[in-house]
Design a protein around this ligand. Structure first.
Ligand code: SAM
Length: 177
């Protein structure tokens, strides 16, 4: 089961917004149960995934120290994972390193500091924001449902902050001059 607001439809929205076409090579960072990896493969992409607690079709690996060389991927996907590392700025930097110039990071997550934080952190990581959307309302419904099912503990640190947002974005790796 996906563990991010919007499920497969939210993943497909990011793929559409990024304009990805198979057979791109894509890494799912914090891939969890592997739903994202299998969805991407079903679309014809060459997809892999890493997670500290990997499900089927996912390798064990740390987002903050990914086991791949620089510029190994055309795109990366990460949903609801960077914030949980405790070091989202570093996670953005590591993701950026994995991308070829012009490659896309398909991102959705909690952002303390909202859109200004995401835009600044992305630029510091060498990523240009191509699209940024706000899914905070959807995230709140998703989170409340997870609480009722006993799958979440209230509330995640940062969610009480006035500038907390749940954002989805396509971030583009800067071309080398
Ligand atoms: C809320 S789940 C989201 C999983 C998946 N992206 C999805 O949407 O279904 C967050 C995932 O991030 C993983 N994670 C957290 N910190 C990580 C790290 N440093 N390296 C790799 N995975 C990490 C967790 O193990 C968990 O599977």
């Amino acid at each position: 089961m996906e563990r991010h607001p919007g499920g497969a439809e939210a993943t497909l929205r990011l793929v559409r917004l990024a304009g990805l076409e198979p057979p791109y090579r894509i890494i799912d960072l914090g891939a969890g149960s592997g739903e994202g990896v299998r969805l991407l493969r079903s679309l014809g992409f060459e997809a892999a995934g890493i997670d500290l607690e990997p499900g089927a079709d996912v390798e064990r690996g740390d987002i903050l120290a990914p086991p791949y060389g620089a510029a190994s991927f055309d795109a990366a996907l990460s949903q609801c994972a960077f914030y949980l590392t405790g070091a989202p700025e570093a996670a953005l930097c590591r993701a950026s390193e994995l991308l070829r110039p012009g490659g896309r990071l398909l991102f959705s997550d909690i952002c303390r500091g909202g859109e200004p934080w995401l835009r600044a952190a992305a630029r510091d990581a060498g990523l240009e924001p191509g699209f940024v959307g706000d899914d905070t309302g959807n995230w709140k419904s998703y989170y409340i449902n997870a609480l009722w099912r006993g799958e979440a503990v209230p509330p995640p640190e940062g969610a009480r902050q006035a500038d907390f947002r749940y954002l989805y974005a396509v971030l583009i790796k800067k071309e080398v001059l």
